[in-house]
Design a binder for this molecule. Structure first.
Ligand code: AHG
Ligand code: MN
Ligand code: MN
Ligand code: MN
Length: 340
């Protein structure tokens, strides 16, 4: 598609057409996704102001993950909360930045969905002007619990997600979305203030010559990950017979977006440093939505030992190892884990 010569398709029109075509996008889900997208526009504006908006630096508080919150972590969380609590499409919300799930206040109507989000992903990059983003996941609330949802209602495996998406606040702001019918990319037209469809039915190449891992943790890795990376870095004279390139932005949204765009494998594997916590990345706010998107684009996502989307969560802020991206590479790393 060449956006300059074709009539733009805005997010609203895209969702209405999906609703007609696949019949599975209920009006409530469409409206919920539009509210999330609107909140992301506000976050994009705040991120874009940088030092001029007074949004850089620490908030002076810690979150439930034990991380020092940045001002933008808190602001983005507030924006998503404010935008979503009155819409009438949700039973409850949960966030990386909030200890407990939040029920929709009694003055607002309740809906049938649960929204989970990582309001600002890549917070270590905020102050250095490198791409950050937002990740979100939508689940259905068990119908008999919509008026009185509880934490257990969120603990559904990733295969149950009805929608997932992320935004990248980079040189341009993009929104990547799946509602179970492929993966679609929208670019924010800053003049119009609207997300415009710029790529539909994205497919990730099955093979790649690019990997993303924080190599400073190599001394903590397990043997299968060490073996995989050693084989990649051995290049064309090694067992893989080709040279590999490495990239690590340290914003999952940006690293995953590169993989969505040109393939690659992303790993935050189990290691000795994060073993006690179960891994580094959060299952409900990072691993599940990204795995849904990656699988919908023809890629794969595992912990090294099992498919991420099959994991039955035991707690809201659960962490997991993550290996995702180009199918053949993810299957190779997973096979190395199985070989032991
Ligand atoms: P968040 O900013 O939401 O806490 O997430 C940060 C995550 C993820 O975006 C990234 O892939 C990873 O942490 C980077 O970790 P390292 O700093 O250990 O490389
Ligand atoms: Mn964080
Ligand atoms: Mn994150
Ligand atoms: Mn975050």
């Amino acid at each position: 598609m060449t956006p300059s010569t074709q009539k733009p398709i805005f997010l609203t029109q895209f969702l209405i057409e999906e609703q007609r075509a696949i019949g599975e996008v209920k009006p409530d889900l469409r409206l919920l996704l539009e509210i999330v997208a609107r909140a992301c526009k506000r976050i994009s504006i705040a991120v874009g102001k940088g030092a001029l908006g007074g949004v850089l630096g620490d908030a002076g508080s810690d979150n439930v993950q034990g991380e020092a919150q940045k001002k933008l972590d808190v602001l983005s969380n507030d924006i998503l909360m404010e935008a979503n609590e009155w819409g009438g499409h949700l039973a409850a919300l949960a966030s990386e930045e909030m200890d407990e799930p939040v029920m929709i206040p009694s003055q607002y109507p309740k809906g049938g969905y649960l929204l989970l989000f990582d309001p600002l992903d890549g917070s270590s990059n905020i102050d250095v002007n490198i791409s950050v983003g937002t990740i979100f996941s939508v689940l259905s609330c068990p119908p008999d619990h919509t008026l009185t949802p509880c934490e257990d209602d969120f603990l559904q495996p990733g295969v149950k997600q009805v929608a997932a998406g992320y935004t990248v606040y980079g040189p341009s702001t993009v929104l990547v979305l799946t509602i179970g019918n492929g993966v679609h990319q929208f670019t924010l037209d800053r003049e119009l203030g609207s997300f415009v469809l710029t790529q539909s039915h994205i497919r990730i190449p099955e093979d790649t010559r690019e990997f993303a891992i924080n190599a400073s943790n190599s001394r903590y890795w397990e043997a299968p990950v060490k073996r995989y990376i050693d084989e990649c870095t051995a290049g064309k004279d090694g067992p893989r017979g080709k040279d590999f390139n490495m990239r690590w932005v340290a914003s999952m949204v940006a690293d995953v977006h590169r993989i969505i765009t040109r393939g690659g494998v992303f790993m935050y594997p189990m290691d000795e440093k994060s073993r006690e916590k179960g891994g580094k990345l959060r299952l409900m706010y990072e691993a599940n939505p990204m795995s849904f998107i990656i699988e919908q684009a023809g890629g794969a996502a595992t912990t090294g030992r099992e498919r991420i989307l099959d994991i039955q969560p035991s707690k809201l802020h659960q962490r997991v190892p993550v290996i995702l991206g180009s199918k053949n590479e993810v299957e190779r790393v997973t096979a190395y884990h199985k070989e032991g």
